[in-house]
Design a protein around this ligand. Structure first.
Ligand code: PMV
Ligand code: MG
Length: 354
C-alpha cells in the first residue's frame, strides 16, 4: 500500500495579480492535510475510490479512467490519475486498477470547508501516489508540472500558486508561468517533453517564515464568490484595463516589499505592505463591483490591527479566511477572544515545512 499526505495552503499576498503570467504571490503550506492511500484492486475490471462521506465510487478504464456514475467531486482525482498515467505510459506497459482512499482534514465536522485548497492538495497527492505506485523517478519540479497539467485540463483561470505551496511546503514566493506556452508545448510535443521543458516565467522560491513571528487565521464563513472575478477581468473595457495595469504594478511592488520584509525580518515593513495589499483589494473590489473584503473580513483585520498585527484577507475573499501576522505571541488570546466575540472562527494552523 502506498500512502501520501499533502498540506493545505494559505495566500499571504499577491492574490488576483498572480493569475496573470509573470506575476507573483506569497503562499504558505499549512498543517491541514489530504491523505491518500492506494493499493492494487482485487478486481480486474474496475477500481474504487472511497472518499467524502465514506461513499464508494467505482471507476472503469477505456484508455482513460472514468467513473461508473458521474460525480463532479472527483474531477481533480480523475484528471490527476489520467495525466500521470499518460506521463508514465512510456515506461509502464499496462496500468492496474486501484483501490483508493482519500481522507480530508480540511473541513470541520459539519462539513465546512475553510478554503485551504483541498483541490490542490488532492491533485498533488493523487499525482504523487500514482508516481510512487509505479516506482517512478520524480522531483518537486515534475510533481508541480504534472499537477498543473492535471489542473489545466479542468480550469485554466487560476494561478497554480496553491499547487506550488502544496508541493514545496513552507513559505514560497511563486511566479505564474505562461499557460499558453505550456498548452502549446502539450499540443506540439508530448507530455514527457513538456514536463522536462523549461516553463517560461515559472519560479518557486522557498524562504523561511521568521521563527518568532506568528500566523493566525480567522474564518468568516462560507465564501460567496471565488474565481468569477478572474473571469470578469478578462472581459473588461478599456478604462478598466488601465486600472488593471496599475493594479498589477502595485501588487508586484507590494509582494516584493513583503518578501523583503520576511527575508530581513522587518515587521514594520511587513505591516505597512500587508496593509497596502489590503487597501488594493478594496479598490479592486470596488472597481469590479465585487465584495472581496466583506464586512466581516474588514472587522477581522481591524481587530488584528488593534493588536499590532498585520492583517488582510487570504485568497479570493468574499468570505472564507483572513490572516493576521504578529511578531510575537503576546496577544494571541486577546485576538482569539475578540474574533470569536464577532463570530469569526479562530483556526489553529501552523506552517508545514514538509
Ligand atoms: O480562494 P483561494 O484560496 O483559492 O485563492 C484564490 C487566489 C486567487 O489569486 C484569487 C486565484 C488564484 O488562483 O491565485
Ligand atoms: Mg478561498
Amino acid at each position: 500500500m502506498i500512502e501520501v499526505k499533502r498540506p493545505g495552503k494559505l495566500y499571504i499576498a499577491g492574490e488576483y495579480a498572480v493569475t496573470q503570467t509573470g506575476h507573483r504571490a506569497i503562499v504558505v503550506a499549512i498543517d491541514k492535510f489530504i491523505k491518500i492511500s492506494i493499493k492494487k484492486s482485487e478486481n480486474t475490471d474496475k477500481g474504487q475510490i472511497k472518499s467524502f462521506d465514506n461513499v464508494i465510487v467505482n471507476f472503469l478504464r477505456d484508455k482513460k479512467v472514468y467513473l461508473e456514475k458521474y460525480d463532479n467531486r472527483f474531477t481533480y482525482i480523475l484528471s490527476a490519475i489520467n495525466i500521470t498515467e499518460l506521463y508514465l505510459n512510456t515506461w509502464v506497459d499496462s496500468f492496474d486498477f486501484y483501490d483508493i482512499e482519500i481522507i480530508s482534514e480540511m473541513e470541520d465536522d459539519s462539513g465546512n470547508k475553510y478554503g485551504f485548497g483541498s483541490s490542490a492538495a488532492v491533485t498533488v497527492a493523487m499525482v504523487e501516489a500514482i508516481l510512487k505506485y509505479y516506482n517512478a523517478d520524480y522531483d518537486n519540479a515534475k510533481l508541480f508540472k504534472l499537477s498543473a497539467i492535471a489542473t489545466l485540463e479542468i480550469n485554466k483561470k487560476g494561478s497554480f500558486g496553491d499547487l506550488a505551496a502544496v508541493v514545496s511546503g513552507g513559505a514560497i514566493l511563486y511566479r505564474k508561468f505562461d499557460v499558453n506556452h505550456v498548452c502549446h508545448m502539450l499540443e506540439k510535443f508530448n507530455i514527457v517533453a513538456t514536463v522536462n521543458a523549461n516553463w517560461e516565467f515559472l519560479e518557486i522560491r522557498k524562504f523561511d517564515f521568521p521563527k518568532s513571528w506568528k500566523l493566525y487565521v480567522g474564518w468568516t464563513g462560507k465564501a460567496a464568490s471565488s474565481l468569477d472575478l478572474v473571469e470578469k477581468i478578462k472581459h473588461q473595457e478599456p478604462t478598466a484595463r488601465e486600472f488593471h495595469r496599475d493594479f498589477l504594478v502595485s501588487s508586484e511592488y507590494i509582494v516584493e516589499q513583503i518578501f523583503e520584509a520576511f527575508l530581513t525580518e522587518d515587521f514594520d515593513l511587513l505591516y505597512r505592505f500587508i496593509d497596502q495589499n489590503r487597501k488594493l483589494f478594496v479598490e479592486f473590489g470596488n472597481k469590479y463591483s465585487s465584495h472581496i473584503e466583506t464586512d466581516k473580513l474588514k472587522l477581522l483585520s481591524n481587530i488584528a490591527n488593534k493588536y499590532h498585527m498585520a492583517s488582510k484577507l487570504s485568497g479570493a475573499g468574499g468570505g472564507d479566511c483572513g490572516i493576521a501576522i504578529a511578531n510575537n505571541n503576546e496577544n494571541e488570546i486577546k485576538l482569539k477572544d475578540s474574533w470569536e466575540s464577532k463570530d469569526i472562527k479562530f483556526l489553529y494552523v501552523n506552517i508545514y515545512e514538509g
